[in-house]
Structures are given as C-alpha cells and as structure tokens.
Design a protein around this ligand. Structure first.
Ligand code: CA
Length: 182
C-alpha cells in the first residue's frame, strides 16, 4: 500500500467513525430517571413505558421512620410511595393479604426540614408531583405538637395518610418497582 492509498484508507476510516458516531448519538438518547425507577444501564435502551409496583408489608419489625427507610434499602426495596388511586388499591389488597391487617405502617413521605412540603424520600419527589394525588385522612396532616414530619397509613384503618412523629416505632411498608419493557 503506497502513501496515497494509506492516506485514503485513513480518511475512509475516519469518515466511517464519524458516521457511526452520528448514528449512535441519533439512535440513543440518554435515559432520564422519572419518578419510579433508577438508571436502566445502557443509554441505547429505550426507556420502559410502564412500571410494575409491588408493596411489601413488614409486620414483625417495629422501626423508626429512618430505620424503616434503611431497612427497605437493605433488602433491595424502598420505603413505599403512593402516587395514584391504583397504588392505594394495590396497597389495600396487599395489606389484606398480609399477616396482619392493622396498622399503622410507615410509608415514605416526610416534610422533615420543610414543614408542610412533603416529599417521597424514596424518589426525592414532592408528594402529589405530576399526579396531584393526595390521600390524607380528614384533618391531616395536622403536625400535632409541631412535631409530626413522617407519614404513616392505617392508624384508623384503611390506607389514608397521617403525619406522625418520626421516632415512633412502627411497622412499615416497602415497595419494589420493576420496568415493563414493551
Ligand atoms: Ca397527624
């Protein structure tokens, strides 16, 4: 191969690299986490259209809010989020089928550090974000004693929410969220 052929070959290879790069960057867009999932690895994967949520009722450990948050993570789950009526129905069904149907149980909402502005600690999103879904019991949240900053469900039956102080030892509910690829 003479120098002319060598130069031409380098130019062709360079052009092919540029074309490949353009194809890849056009076909693959970065996946930005929404509310329900973490990264899905390769940026070439198309983001899932749906997610399947499962709740896990923990009736045998009584933990503080942050202990419950840690414990959910320790088993690969996260403290429960509730962002729709469908979630509430699923939660009710899960509780009915659990070993104990009387609450209360911690879920993952808190307004620690910003009174009155609840977030889901598991996804770092405001409660009601996008969906506008809230399910507080009547008269709640009342921040009783100016010291109630964590959310629970089931204090008076059902799955409505109440704010409670975060150091109470309580049962808790974890969740898992799996992508449904379509
Ligand atoms: Ca309360």
């Amino acid at each position: 191969m003479n120098s002319f052929q060598s130069t031409r070959m380098k130019i062709i290879i360079s052009l092919l690299c540029v074309i490949c790069f353009m194809l890849v960057t056009n076909l693959c867009s970065p996946i930005v986490d929404e509310d329900d999932s973490s990264s899905f690895g390769s940026p070439c994967l198309q983001p899932p259209m749906k997610f399947k949520k499962r709740y896990f009722v923990h009736n045998y450990n009584h933990l503080t809010f942050l202990e419950a948050w840690r414990q959910c993570h320790a088993i690969g789950h996260r403290l429960a989020t509730i962002t729709s009526e469908e979630d509430s129905q699923l939660l009710q069904e899960t509780i009915v089928n659990s070993t104990n149907t009387k609450g209360p149980w911690y879920i993952g909402g808190t307004d620690l550090g910003n009174e009155g502005h609840f977030i889901w600690i598991s996804t770092n999103t405001p409660v009601g974000h996008k969906t506008g879904y809230f399910n507080f019991s009547p008269g709640q949240p009342d921040n009783a004693g100016a010291n109630e900053h964590c959310l629970e469900i089931g204090r008076w039956g059902g799955v409505e929410w109440n704010d409670v102080h975060c150091h109470a030892k309580s049962r808790y509910i974890c969740e898992s969220v799996s992508p449904i690829w379509s």
